[in-house]
Design a protein around this ligand. Structure first.
Ligand SMILES: C[S@@+](CC[C@H](N)C(=O)[O-])C[C@H]1O[C@@H](n2cnc3c(N)ncnc32)[C@H](O)[C@@H]1O
Length: 495
């Protein structure tokens, strides 16, 4: 069995080799007042920490573009040029694209990473590859029990294991199997399909949590300079790349550093003064806890401001049906009409209004729940119109609601309030129980993150309930609208 001190010394050695390698790259810089530190005690792997006070606008490190591992620098471009003919510009693919053999920027980078990995010590990126992770905390790698801790969170339907398997089978394995002499150096033992599939998952997850979108002013390296087609092909397309050192930075919703993209290099620049001992932090974007977990395998308190919860139309529709006491035959017709609308939405996202961080990376304004989604209101209106069309009786509750603005609003608020309350019940525990679990100090990190995610979603549901109830209260207290003539008379009296 491996003793902890062996693991620690390999971890430290990996960091040292990587830093030595990085500092020798032509054009690379690394500020004397920063250091790569071991942050595993707080489940944050490696990170960069200030060793002295640092002024704002300081260049912390520089990564020459030639050291970025991407389509422009990979030797695979000369060995298998065909695969560089990209299908689309991102990893969100349709069913057909997942099965087509053409590459996209995502699958191409998986192939590039697998190729470099299989080259072993002869890869120029070896010291960098050695500090990339081989295990992940993203839900893609969780057991069914761990996944069950996420309860009714919509994240469970977005993990994408099956799509990833399909993509690997159609785009990764065939390329490697058709070019064994390129992927497997003579000294290496070829891998089985299962081993390759595992490796492809590992690289895909690495890209998800480490790769950068490279802006299109990327300088074309010398060997590709005369290749006109290359430049045309790349126009307007995202190029994903692995950026050594920039990806050692951890991140949070409040951060102190930005990665600038210039023609020859990427630079990490401090956005404000950084104190000695502070971690140098990047920003991965305004992501909810669930999305942060799905892509990066961690959660932070500050990201909860962007938490979201999904409310399905099915739930709203069934609450409305029972409020209107509509028979199922009638409701089926109403639902069919609603679904025929070209803007029909299956689910709506409830979220707070949450201002972005300031230009210095600080969160200055609070996040607040201030409205239901406009599209939900539109679809609700459309549903009432469908009711009117289908029901004959003029005394029907829906017809009445449609003709009276306040009635309509009241019905909308009461329906969404009930739907939000029912949505909360879809989770197996209450917000208060989750709070208790979190304060009891759950030993399993994955369970703790899952509880954090589902608790955040319940919190939004509670805020939505409060907001809707306030709106209903205001509506109830609103003075009844005066008839037209009376209004005019009042005005005249004031004159
Ligand atoms: C781009 S890497 C950052 C470097 C990484 N810590 C390492 O050791 O290689 C992104 C990964 O770092 C971790 N990470 C980033 N920010 C974090 C934070 N604020 N707290 C905990 N882990 C974090 C997550 O595992 C994430 O998937």
């Amino acid at each position: 069995m491996e003793v902890d001190s062996d693991v620690d010394s390999r971890f430290l050695e990996g960091t040292r080799h990587f830093l030595d390698w990085f500092q020798l790259l032509p054009g690379a810089t690394f500020h004397k007042d920063i250091a790569i530190e071991d942050l595993r005690s707080r489940n944050a792997g490696r990170g960069i920490v200030a060793q002295a006070d640092i002024a704002a606008d300081t260049v912390l490190f520089t990564i020459p573009r030639s050291s970025i591992l991407c389509a422009a620098t990979s030797p695979l471009k000369d060995k298998i040029p065909d695969i560089f003919d990209l299908d689309n510009d991102n990893g969100d693919e349709s069913e057909d694209e997942a099965e087509s053999s053409n590459q996209n920027s995502w699958t191409l980078l998986i192939l590039i990473l697998i190729y470099e990995h299989l080259q072993g010590p002869s890869s120029p990126w070896k010291p960098y590859l050695d500090v990339l992770p081989s295990t992940f905390n993203t839900p893609m790698f969780w057991t069914p029990t761990q996944l069950s801790f996420l309860q009714a969170s919509a994240i469970t339907s977005k993990i994408g294991q099956a799509d990833a398997d399909k993509m690997i089978a159609s785009k990764i394995l065939p390329v490697i199997r058709s070019h064994p002499e390129i992927f497997f150096p003579s000294s290496a033992t070829p891998l089985s399909d299962d081993q390759l599939i595992q490796l492809a998952h590992r690289m895909g997850s690495t890209i998800m949590s480490y790769a950068f979108d490279l802006e299109q002013d990327m300088e074309i390296p010398e060997q590709l300079e005369n290749d006109d087609e290359w430049e045309e092909d790349r126009e307007g397309k995202t190029m994903l790349g692995m950026v050594p050192m920039a990806d050692i930075l951890n991140a949070d919703a409040e951060f102190n550093t930005h990665i600038n993209h210039t023609e020859d290099a990427l630079t990490a620049v401090s956005l404000r003064p950084i104190k000695k001992g502070d971690e140098i932090l990047n920003f991965y974007g305004p992501l909810s806890s669930a999305e942060l977990l799905r892509r990066y395998g961690y959660v932070t308190e500050k990201h909860t401001r962007w938490d979201v919860v999904e409310l399905s139309w099915g739930l709203i529709s069934s609450v409305l049906q029972s409020k209107l006491r509509a028979r199922s035959e009638v409701w089926e017709k109403v639902s069919t009409l609603v679904q025929q609308n070209e803007d029909f939405e299956e689910a709506f996202v409830l979220e707070r209004q949450s201002p972005d961080p300031s230009s210095t990376g600080l969160l200055e304004d609070p996040a607040e729940f201030t409205s239901l989604p406009d599209e939900l209101g539109e679809q609700f209106k459309l549903c009432l119109k469908a009711c009117k069309k289908i029901t004959e009786s003029k005394n029907d509750i829906a017809v009445r609601a449609l003709n009276d603005k306040d009635w309509r609003k009241k019905l909308y608020l009461e329906t969404t309030l009930e739907a939000v309350m029912q949505r909360e019940k879809e989770y197996g525990t209450t917000l208060e129980q989750d709070d208790q679990l979190l304060s009891s100090g759950l030993p399993d990190e994955r369970e703790k993150m899952a509880v954090w995610v589902r608790r955040g979603e319940k919190q939004i549901l509670r805020e939505a309930q409060t907001w809707i109830s306030t709106q209903l209260e205001e509506l109830r207290n609103k003075p009844a609208e005066q008839p037209e003539d009376e209004g005019r008379a009042t005005k005249r009296r004031k004159m």
